[in-house]
Design a protein around this ligand. Structure first.
Ligand SMILES: [Zn+2]
Length: 103
């Protein structure tokens, strides 16, 4: 949303993006498949993705499914979900973050 970005090297910008993401990391996501609470959220590189504030992937040790938590503008989130599904051969379902900003 017209946010001023730090101008720096690609490395610096990437690092800043990662730090911003980590500050948005939810405590857990629920596995899409078995509803287990997954707390091992790995940040996904979202550099170059417009409208995405943060994205994480969690691998469920119980059922081996990957669940994704993505924050950002709804359209951008939907697009990223589709991209992930394409990349994962549609096996992975997009997760919903139990965020405080939702009722
Ligand atoms: Zn699971």
């Amino acid at each position: 949303m017209g946010q001023a970005r730090l101008r720096g090297t690609p490395e610096q910008r990437k690092q800043a993006a990662i730090e911003r993401q980590l500050s948005l990391r939810p405590k857990y996501v629920k596995c899409n498949h078995c509803q287990a609470e997954l707390t091992e959220l790995q940040p996904i590189d979202i550099s170059g993705m417009r409208g995405i504030e943060a994205a994480f992937a969690a691998h469920c040790p119980h059922c081996e499914h990957d669940t994704f938590a993505i924050k950002g503008e709804p359209e951008a989130v939907a697009q990223m979900h589709m991209a992930i599904e394409d990349a994962a051969g549609s096996e992975s379902l997009a997760g919903v973050v139990p965020a405080a900003n939702r009722k």
